[in-house]
Design a protein. Structure first.
Length: 190
């Protein structure tokens, strides 16, 4: 195609510039798409995290070991975080240390919530602290963080919801309120 354009008398420099510009634009669009997919994945993981953290706390409080609890939750759960837990359990069963598998999982997810949870869990395991209390506190913290995120999201949506009220409903109400008064003035003033 390019040789045909050059044969027709097109400028080869302009053709090369157009091709280079197309490559750069294609790369940037692909990068934006992949970054957006990564952000959506982290958002899904953050939304799934409080439920799985509470399940883990309940399982450990009920007397299961942390690995058995992770295995149970990985098989019961669905979604991105459950898949990451399955990978973590598979790493441990393949011979990796439990703490190393947890740290690798937190790095793979890219979620700050999961990273804080895993760091708290790792510290509790290293110090020998009872996991049930630590996991309950971590789960409560994750749940409160999710509530805070929802409140912030609602605050942003609140402003967006004012737009139709101010520009559609309020003018209609004003017109309906003023129309009878204007009609009355037309009747009184000839």
């Amino acid at each position: 195609m390019g040789m045909w354009s050059i044969g027709r008398g097109s400028n080869p420099i302009a053709l090369a510039f157009t091709v280079a510009l197309g490559i750069v634009i294609g790369f940037l669009l692909h990068d934006r798409h992949v970054s957006g997919m990564g952000r959506k994945r982290v958002e899904r993981i953050d939304s799934q995290f409080p439920d799985l953290a509470e399940l883990l706390a309940f399982s450990v409080t009920a007397g299961e070991t942390s690995l058995a609890a992770l295995t149970r939750i990985a098989h019961l759960g669905q979604g991105d975080l459950a898949n990451e837990l399955e990978t973590c359990v598979a790493d441990v069963k393949a011979g990796s240390a439990f703490i190393d598998a947890l740290i690798a999982m937190s790095e793979r997810t890219g979620s700050r919530s999961v990273e804080r949870f895993v760091s708290g869990l790792v510290i509790a395991i290293e110090r020998g602290t009872p996991l049930s209390g630590v996991l309950r506190a971590q789960a409560a913290d994750a749940r409160s963080e999710q509530k805070q995120h929802l409140i912030e999201l609602a605050g942003k949506k609140d402003v967006v919801m004012l737009v139709p009220v101010v520009f559609l409903i309020l003018p209609t109400v004003i017109i309906i309120a003023l129309f009878p008064a204007m009609r009355g003035l037309e009747v009184l003033v000839p």
